[in-house]
Design a protein around this ligand. Sequence first.
Ligand SMILES: NC(=O)c1ccc[n+]([C@@H]2O[C@H](COP(=O)([O-])OP(=O)(O)OC[C@H]3O[C@@H](n4cnc5c(N)ncnc54)[C@H](OP(=O)(O)O)[C@@H]3O)[C@@H](O)[C@H]2O)c1
Length: 333
Amino acid sequence: MASKLQYITFYNGQKMPIVGLGTWQSSTGDVGKAVDAALAAGYRHIDTAYAYRNEKEIGDVLKQWFDSGKLKREDVFIVTKLPMMGNRASAVEKYIKLSLSALQLDCVDLYLVHNPVGMQDVEQGRYPRGPDGKVMLDMDTDHVAIWKAMEAQVDAGRTRSIGLSNFNARQIKRVWESARIKPTNLQVEMHAYFQQRELRAFCRALDITICAWGPLGTPHIYSFVEKQGGDVSKMPRYDLLGDPVVKGIAQKHGRTTAQVLLRFLMQLEVAVIPKSVSPTRVRENFKVFDFELSPEDMEALEALDKGRKGRLGSEHSLPGIGKHPEFPWFERY
Ligand SMILES: NC(=O)c1ccc[n+]([C@@H]2O[C@H](COP(=O)([O-])OP(=O)(O)OC[C@H]3O[C@@H](n4cnc5c(N)ncnc54)[C@H](OP(=O)(O)O)[C@@H]3O)[C@@H](O)[C@H]2O)c1
């Protein structure tokens, strides 16, 4: 089994490498080195977003690899995302073109609607703020109309597949029912403390694959929320990488806790995109193909689930975001 877990396969036959490099909060100056270390270690999947403001440096490194002949474009799976400020049908083409231009690509492999919440597009890609410090929302977000514009990007050859991120089951179903080109993938927070069993089953029934963000428990989310003026005091404080059960399983296999947490999700057929800017950790996070967690290990990890209390992404992350009618996380799943 260990060797079989190389890809997850979309309903359209496209294969997404099951381990990718995450790049949220990987800043300019660091992200290029991380991508270079990842490609050298064997990663063939990079996850970025317009909102991460690092696509240009990622594109520079990809270009070096393609120009040197070490990699061909089709060898690597690139994911980027429509920002919240672009959540309207008329802005989709503009934002995918901006991402493609920064990444120096003609086409990405997967383009995701980053979040169901729409924001005003006043500062070209930054989270816009009102005088009260709250994010400036666009209350008229229409997912069906946005999805039609997403489909047009597949038709135009700018992306091979389209998908969703941070949508809840109700929102996914609405898009799915209206879609001519169905979503292939949902990217959501998922880790041993927040296993999202109901959402996983819901997506399986619609043939939508899952990619977990925060697979290590997103330990750097607290610094992000602080920087954005969100309310960290309202968030639970977790240390998933230091969990004693995970540590015990890691010791038994001679692995690190990060490797166990990644392998756990892979064995649930969930893709993982651990973020690191440390080349050593980037390599560590890819050494997950040559061991296997036993049914007892899986059971012990499954028992760590805290249900909705395990979620770290919340209305406290960005001031005011919870006021949007499409804020996804007040519903059960
Ligand atoms: N769609 C969305 O809304 C959304 C939201 C969040 C994230 N994402 C995507 O998902 C990716 C992963 O999620 P995430 O960045 O939130 O969290 P994560 O991958 O769970 O955790 C990343 C954090 O763990 C540290 N780390 C990485 N490898 C480690 C290791 N082997 N041992 C100890 N610490 C380690 C990193 O620090 P160092 O860098 O210092 O190593 C970083 O602080 C993101 O980067 C992004 O691409 C998407």
